[in-house]
Design a protein around this ligand. Sequence first.
Ligand code: HEM
Length: 196
Amino acid sequence: MAIANLRFQPRLATWPVYLAGLLPALWYVYQIFHGDLGADPVKTLEHAMGEWALRFLILGLAITPLRREFGISLLKYRRAVGLTAFLYVVLHLLVYLLLDQGLDWAAIWADIIKRPYITIGMAGFLLLLPLAGTSFNAAIRWIGGRNWNRLHKLVYPAVLAGAVHYVLLVKSWPLEPLVYLGIVLMLLGWRVWRRA
Ligand code: HEM
């Protein structure tokens, strides 16, 4: 049910949203130098960056349903949320490439083709590249608003890939990845239902 007359539109500039988005990364930078990242710091960082990436991707997917169903308009912050999500995907990938695999390209390639969760994660990353590359105003003007909107539908398979990647990498069936996948499926299902 849309609450058409009750629009909640916060009057914040976008920079606090970017700043808030950076806080988890800054927290982990602090932890690297002054804290305790546990017995396996590389895994801790890899997992944390992956989870924050997925959380921000989900937040980005929630913006349209929040506006249409509850009149909460966060449209102004969509780009900030999307770019923050991309930042965490890049950090996650960098931890994997540099710290986990030590830039051993043969091992990385073997991982990509042999481990389905890495294949799917990589597909998610590649799908996000054109979105991040066209996120600035000049690119939006250059490709045109309609094409930009079409291109940005790539975010749907990208987020789905991220959530499936998480479900596939765990050996048993813990609740957390299934909850993330459930939320992603609900947000995508809403779009099919509402044709949004
Ligand atoms: C859309 C892109 C991606 C998202 C949203 C994402 C998300 C995640 C999440 C949520 C986790 C689990 C965190 C946890 O256990 O708490 C994870 C783990 C992991 N991801 Fe990704 N990921 C993405 C892309 C990639 C890519 C491109 C790679 C590497 C090529 C990658 C490699 C890994 C690895 C190695 C792990 C840890 C596996 C382990 O436990 O040993 N991910 N990712």
